[in-house]
Design a protein around this ligand. Structure first.
Ligand code: C5P
Length: 225
């Protein structure tokens, strides 16, 4: 089965694993196909920042999904470390509120300018795809992300068409992607990749790929549905 190269560029594989051997094998098997991996709480807690150095040394872009939610000083200084680690993007909870997010954006941009670093994309988490959520609430959070100048939001494919229409400049990153015959796991607001890619800039997929016997076959299956 052939894979569409443009879709591969829009697929971020979530390395939610704690076995290094397995993680390395998935990265190796997908090398040459996938250029972005997501490191979340599981892999970051298990392997520490070295996992980012390792992926970057192999030429991959790293999306660091630690979903920051704390006081401005803590979040801003953590984000500066992310920039020094040269992550491609990271997540913050939009629940942090307008003033803290505005300050984060401003301080990180100025830090990156001074230190000649590429500013990582700041992506705001709307509502987790594992929960039911009201469209109204997600749009309210997307509006906040747009107002404070974040580069994008994490939202399910159910809200993505509305966010795309109202806030065309915001990047949309969509988890909760499942082929029709695959179990939902703990995800609730799910869709196929082809539906999500009509609206989202990127899709994030973990278990349907990392638990597949052959991860590349998992990638092909996801992108064919
Ligand atoms: O295994 P699965 O495809 O469900 O993985 C989805 C990934 O996206 C997980 O790493 C999860 O932490 C992340 N995520 C999510 N919903 C959000 C934000 C991130 O599922 N709203």
């Amino acid at each position: 089965m052939a894979v569409n190269k443009k879709s591969l560029k829009r697929l971020i594989v979530a390395l939610d694993l704690e076995e290094k051997k397995k993680l390395n094998k998935i990265v190796k098997d997908l090398s040459g196909y996938i250029d972005k991996f997501k490191i979340g709480l599981i892999a970051y807690t298990k392997f520490g920042p070295q996992i980012i150095t390792q992926l970057k040394s192999k030429g991959f872009k790293v999306f660091l999904d630690l979903k920051l939610l704390d006081i401005p000083n803590t979040v801003i200084n953590t984000a500066k470390i992310f920039a020094k680690m040269r992550v491609w993007a990271f997540t913050v909870h939009l629940k942090m509120g307008e003033n803290p997010l505005t300050l984060l954006k401003k301080e990180l941009a100025s830090f990156c300018r001074k230190n000649k670093l590429r500013k990582p994309l700041i992506l705001g988490v709307t509502e987790l795809t594992s929960e039911k959520a009201s469209l109204k609430n997600v749009l309210k959070l997307a509006s906040l992300a747009s107002r404070v100048g974040l580069e994008g939001v994490i939202a399910s494919s159910q809200e993505a068409p509305f966010i795309r229409r109202k806030y065309p400049k915001l990047k949309i990153i969509t988890p909760g992607i499942r082929p029709p015959d695959y179990e939902q796991d703990d995800q609730r607001r799910v869709s196929s990749a082809s539906f999500a890619l009509n609206y989202a800039d990127f899709i994030v997929v973990g278990r349907p790929i990392i638990k597949a016997k052959h991860p590349l076959a998992g990638v092909k299956k996801i992108l064919s549905c």
